[in-house]
Design a protein around this ligand. Structure first.
Ligand code: COA
Ligand code: MG
Length: 294
């Protein structure tokens, strides 16, 4: 099973829920997903007002280009359950992002709360769930977390909180995160989930940013969070297969199918060996090229 390409989350733009100007701007941007934040980008004193403002904005008939996710506050805080309740009442909210998920129990709580609220309000489409893995406990509990609720679509890495949780510098280079990225990628893929890379904290589209984007795309992530509108296009492009790659994938799939037709399992395409394993890579490229939000 694999989630590659299935959720279509290439560029996911985080927008502070308390900032009406940025919300209005985000509506017209070309991100696959906008993640309206009620958590860390909202000051504690402004949590309730931000929740109310987001609810009123989303129910005002605003047209959004990207799919809508809302990052609620962490389970166990005084805001989480009311954030989730507000999201259930908003049909435009496709998913909630649960921060600092530490165990399967955190997601089981969210899943049961959603069950009851959806019954109460008669919601048409179930709210999907994305889990932010951004603590040492979340990493240690990953095997249980990925199986905690059938609502779960995606895992997302959060570097700033991870840095705080494990005592790593936020300035540590990309190489410092490889083991953690692979832990989350492998666990997510094993469970058929999409896996999305966390945001770079700089707002510029500079060499450091672009190297991180390239690294995430090559490593196998489905997409990446961004914090600034100027970063959307580079991320969308990096997570979209280039035309020559799609053409290669089509040739591989066709050539191997012809090979199988004549009883041959390994063939030569452009001087490279192609067998079923390479064809599986090619099919993933084609699935990702199809995009397709679910
Ligand atoms: N979503 C929508 N619009 C945004 C945006 C975002 N994430 N970030 C910036 N913009 C808008 C600004 O409002 C501004 O538009 P305007 O000129 O019409 O007012 C324009 O893009 C240029 O912004 P800029 O001046 O370069 O940045 P800023 O100083 O306004 O904001 C940040 C910088 C980092 C505060 C801002 O990008 C931000 O809030 N990012 C998201 C933070 C977040 O959600 N964090 C939590 C999850 S990681
Ligand atoms: Mg955080």
């Amino acid at each position: 099973m694999s989630g590659i390409g299935s959720t279509g989350q290439r560029a996911c733009l985080a927008v502070p829920g308390a900032d009406e100007r940025k919300l209005a701007k985000a509506a017209a941007l070309d991100a696959d997903e906008i993640v309206i934040d009620l958590e860390d980008a909202v000051a504690p004193a402004g949590k309730r007002a931000a929740r109310a403002a987001v609810a009123s904005w989303l129910s005002s008939g605003v047209r959004l280009r990207g799919r809508v996710a809302v990052r609620v506050n962490t389970p166990g805080t005084s805001w989480c359950h009311r954030d989730i309740e507000a999201c259930v009442r908003l049909e435009t909210v496709h998913s909630i992002v649960v921060p600092k998920v530490e165990s399967a129990a955190d997601l089981a709580f969210v899943g049961r709360l959603l069950d009851g609220l959806e019954l109460e309000v008669g919601r048409e489409r179930p709210v999907r769930v994305q889990a932010l893995i951004e603590t040492a406990a979340g990493l240690a509990g990953i095997a249980g977390i990925v199986a905690a609720t059938p609502r779960l679509d995606s895992l997302v890495l959060g570097y700033a909180d991870l840095a705080a949780s494990i005592g790593r510098s936020v300035a540590a280079g990309p190489g410092a995160w490889v083991a953690i990225q692979d832990t989350v990628l492998v666990a997510g893929r094993r469970a058929g989930l999409a896996v999305v890379d966390g945001p770079h904290l700089g707002v510029a589209v500079d060499d450091t940013f672009l190297a991180g984007v390239r690294h995430a795309a090559d490593a196998g992530f489905d997409g990446k969070w961004v914090i600034h509108p100027g970063q959307i296009d580079a991320v969308t492009a990096a997570f979209t297969p280039a035309p020559d790659r799609i053409e290669w994938a089509e040739r591989v799939v066709t050539a191997l199918s012809e090979g199988h037709g004549s009883g041959v399992g390994a063939i030569d395409v452009d001087g490279q060996m192609v067998d079923e394993a390479v064809a599986a890579v090619a099919r993933r490229v084609l699935a990702r090229a199809d995009g397709g939000l679910r």
